[in-house]
Ligand binder design. Sequence first.
Ligand SMILES: Nc1nc2c(c(=O)[nH]1)N[C@H]1C(S)=C(S)[C@@H](COP(=O)(O)O)O[C@H]1N2
Ligand SMILES: [Mo]
Length: 326
Amino acid sequence: MLIKTIHSWEIPESRATCEQVFLNRRRFLAAAGFAGIGIASGVRPGFASDDPTAALYPAKVNPAYADAGRKITPEAINTTYNNFYEFGTSKRISKAAEALVIRPWEIAFEGEIETPFKLQFDDLIKKVQLEDRVYRHRCVEAWSMTVPWSGFTVKQLVQLAKPNSNAKFVKFETFNNPEMAPGQKPSLFGSSYPWPYSESVTMAEANNDLAFMATGAYGKPLAKSMGAPIRLHLPWKYGFKSAKSINRITFTSERPKSFWEVLGPNEYGFWANVNPEISHPRWSQATERDLETGKKIPTVIYNGYGEQVASLYDGLKDELGAALFK
Ligand SMILES: Nc1nc2c(c(=O)[nH]1)N[C@H]1C(S)=C(S)[C@@H](COP(=O)(O)O)O[C@H]1N2
Ligand SMILES: [Mo]
């Protein structure tokens, strides 16, 4: 039986006071001439300066994605306002996420591929073409941000894995280590999340040029709070599809059940394409709150990336019904 857990995103906007207080306080500190969180100490949270891949960043800007049509969200906000349930259900997990050990980091490639194999992250990054892209990010909780990522296309990862003809889906899994990530410890009350966190896409989605494996942001290796050393970013889908800290990639013939789909199938479906016309069962998706300014802006179908991805869903009208959200 599914025991209902209350997520932070289920709190109506009017009650999200801590967050507002935090953002207002940041503005106050900035106005008063103080540096924001993470800058005050001179150390960016989640960034290890001795990272052996540091010299790879920033990568070369891909001109097609140099401008997301929105102002880039300040780094100090993105590295300290996160969803990363492995480290807690609040947005303030950046300190807890420092416990994430990212070296060595082995990634397993499994399932419907020529030969299953494992690859160290530091070796994988040498086999791919890194580039910089600015992308919009729209969380299902109706907040959004704009991030300058570095990374490589999921397409390159697929090529590296050599899927066979049975492969129809790609599943991305996060680590599972309750010692390191307290959120993964079984709950005393018996309710538990279906760890490890996982998300899947179709092969066509994986091979779309927009689908991105992010390994860096803001010209540096990825902060731990943002899913170091490697995470997905699928800018036309709600944020929960973009799994963090990935260490297993499995090609499957059947559609896998993802983390949030198991927890709440009516609310966090497989497709999860951004769509302002399809309300979440408990709130509207018509607008979103920009993390920096706190201003509400209209949400755009496919988060503004329809030209590139809408055709992926043409043949799926029946399955999707009205609800591209699901
Ligand atoms: N492993 C893992 N990946 C995750 C999540 C998570 O809790 N665990 N949260 C998701 C959600 S809901 C969002 S909005 C984004 C948040 O990414 P950010 O913290 O870099 O903004 O990560 C996604 N990936
Ligand atoms: Mo999210």
